[in-house]
Design a protein around this ligand. Structure first.
Ligand SMILES: Nc1ncnc2c1ncn2[C@@H]1O[C@H](COP(=O)(O)OP(=O)(O)O)[C@@H](O)[C@H]1O
Ligand SMILES: [Mg+2]
Length: 350
């Protein structure tokens, strides 16, 4: 068969099944008529031919209708597969009474497969939630230990050194005692900063807006980009009612996003913006740095930092979005409802 003929056959085979059926039946009809005309030389028996032709036409129509009905669920199957490939794992093929049993089996198997994927996804999410929560609990305990025990002990040491300085009559010893006290005070500062990083106590004491300003101050480096914190008047008043758990989520998102901008973006300016609306409190961290390709890091599971931020926000029933492109900066946005049904206390762990 030459190439042209092969192409024609290929094109014919690609036609919809109903068209192929109609075509094949029409061809058979023509062949039958030809054979009939060749073998039968008498007068044309019109009534018999009309009945036979009519029956054949009805047969073809019924055939096409049955095939179309039986294959109809394939469209549903295709539409479901498309929705799944676009990330909607809740899409399911609906059951059909008229579907061909083979197609129905494929649909049932696909649905079962999707159910399993969903169950696995839920399990992984629960594990992530547990990991985040237990990490938070441990951090809160560690921060508390650092702040209440270690820092207090160093402060006590510092007071004792002051007393020793006063008692000392030897100038050389006094100089040494002063140096040791100053070293102790520096360690005390570091321990307090570390405690604040591990668990932002300032959130409980002064609220989210002040905590964000404090975070920007503590995280900024002299030669690094400017970090600007903007809090709208509406947000300033609304965040006061924000449950501690939600405030902690936004604080952690800001912490991760600012750190990311400092580590990865080469930005000259980072803007942290807190805004409030009827739908909740929105935190936005925007940098004018190099940006990155979300598809390569994976929108859902970039590094652990963005992944954890996304999980924290979704735990608080919020929305998390990263908008970025190589060469055009990065904007991280997290919106959390102003009131949270699951938030139980103002002193909840972050
Ligand atoms: N603001 C940003 N600017 C440029 N690249 C970023 C920014 N934030 C994140 N990225 C890129 O996304 C990756 C994933 O970030 P993240 O999940 O926080 O993990 P990590 O910071 O531990 O690498 C980073 O390694 C970096 O390549
Ligand atoms: Mg990070």
């Amino acid at each position: 068969m030459n190439r042209r003929a092969t192409n024609i056959v290929r094109r014919l085979l690609r036609l919809p099944l109903a068209v192929k059926l109609a075509g094949a039946n029409a061809l058979l009809l023509l062949v039958a008529l030809g054979v009939f005309r060749g073998a039968y030389r008498g007068p044309v028996p019109w009534p018999a031919l009309t009945i036979a032709g009519g029956a054949l036409a009805v047969g073809i129509a019924v055939n096409i209708a049955l095939v179309t009905i039986a294959l109809g669920p394939l469209h549903d199957l295709h539409a479901t597969a498309l929705r799944v490939s676009q990330g909607d794992l809740e899409a399911r093929v609906s059951s059909s009474l008229v579907a061909d049993p083979e197609i129905e089996r494929v649909s049932t198997t696909l649905n079962a497969l999707l159910d399993r994927v969903m169950a696995e996804r839920t399990r992984i999410r629960e594990l992530a939630v547990q990991a985040i929560r237990s990490g938070d609990r441990e951090r809160a305990a560690l921060a508390s230990e650092l702040h209440d025990s270690t820092a207090q002990s160093i402060a006590g040491l510092s007071y004792q050194l002051i007393a020793a300085e006063r008692m000392s009559t030897d100038p050389e010893l006094t100089t040494r005692l002063v140096a040791v006290r100053e070293a102790a005070n520096r360690i005390l500062e570091e321990v307090r900063t570390l405690s604040g990083t591990v668990y932002p106590r300032i959130l409980d004491d002064l609220g989210l807006a002040s905590a964000l300003r404090g975070l920007a101050r503590s995280i900024a480096v002299d030669i690094g980009p400017e970090i600007r914190v903007e809090v709208t008047d509406f947000a300033e008043s609304t965040v006061k009612q924000l449950p501690a758990e939600s405030a902690a989520v936004l604080y952690r998102v800001a912490q991760e996003s600012i750190t990311n901008a400092l580590r990865h973006s080469k930005a000259t300016c980072i803007v942290v913006r807190l805004d409030g609306s009827a739908s909740g409190i929105t935190l936005q961290v925007r940098d004018d740095g190099v940006g990155f390709d979300l598809d390569q890091t994976g929108q859902g599971a970039a590094g652990l930092g963005l992944f954890t931020a996304r999980e924290r926000v979704s735990l608080a029933h919020g929305r998390f979005e990263v908008v970025t492109r190589p060469g055009s900066g990065t904007t991280v946005t997290a919106t959390i409802p102003a009131t949270l049904a699951t938030a139980t206390s103002r002193r909840a762990s972050p």
